[in-house]
Design a protein around this ligand. Structure first.
Ligand code: SAM
Length: 188
């Protein structure tokens, strides 16, 4: 439940590689489908797929239109609701601008498997979303996660999801679903 506009961005650049360098990852179709369905289930306003390479953005556009206007939409209409949330942009700054839409500048909330700087707990953030405020753009990374400088500049660094032991290699799909449920799920 939220009193604020909430969207998410799946970032393919800048993201980290195994050595901590900055890379651009390729879009994974499964990410687009899975994350769009999670976003639809929690009534997010939009799913921004961020990619600097035009050919990759076109790939996502073809995927989206197959499921919103093409054969997929006819066969599985529910999928249409999810994929219709997809917005394709070249940078996360473009996602921020599109979400602002001439109104208030959104807050950037980052996610990560390891804390970079001060992090905020899900409970407090859940309360913040229940009260009126600026729009929120949740950033999820690919590869080995969002770069420290991107996290340092965020308004909020969401605390890492911690499982039962230090093994912590959730897929971005799983991390996204857990994050959305903790922030917006109707449970208590
Ligand atoms: N390489 C695997 C993959 O491709 O799914 C795992 C890395 S995954 C892309 C990294 C992203 O998933 C992070 O930028 C963050 O958005 C999310 N993530 C992964 N583990 C997380 C955790 N324990 N808590 C919060 N977010 C997590």
């Amino acid at each position: 439940v939220t009193a604020r506009r909430v969207a998410l961005a799946l970032v393919h650049y800048p993201v980290l590689d195994r050595e901590g360098g900055i890379i651009t990852t390729a879009v994974t179709n499964l990410d687009v489908h899975d994350i769009s369905r999670s976003a639809r289930a929690y009534a997010l306003e939009a799913v921004f797929i961020v990619h600097p390479v035009a050919a990759q953005r076109e790939l996502v556009d073809r995927l989206r239109s197959h499921w919103t206007d093409g054969g997929g939409a006819r066969r599985i209409p529910d999928r249409k609701d999810a994929l219709s949330l997809v917005r394709i942009v070249s940078s996360y700054e473009a996602a921020l601008a599109e979400l602002a839409g001439g109104g208030q500048a959104p807050e950037v909330w980052t996610t990560a498997a390891r804390a970079h700087g001060t992090v905020e707990a899900y409970g407090a953030l859940r309360e913040r979303l229940a009260a009126p405020g600026r729009p929120v753009l949740l950033l999820f990374g690919t590869g080995w996660g969002l770069p420290p400088e991107l996290q340092a500049g965020a308004d909020v660094r969401i605390a890492p999801i911690v499982g039962a032991d230090p093994w912590n290699h959730l897929s971005v799909r799983a991390a996204c679903a857990i994050t959305l449920d903790r922030l917006l799920g109707a449970w208590s």
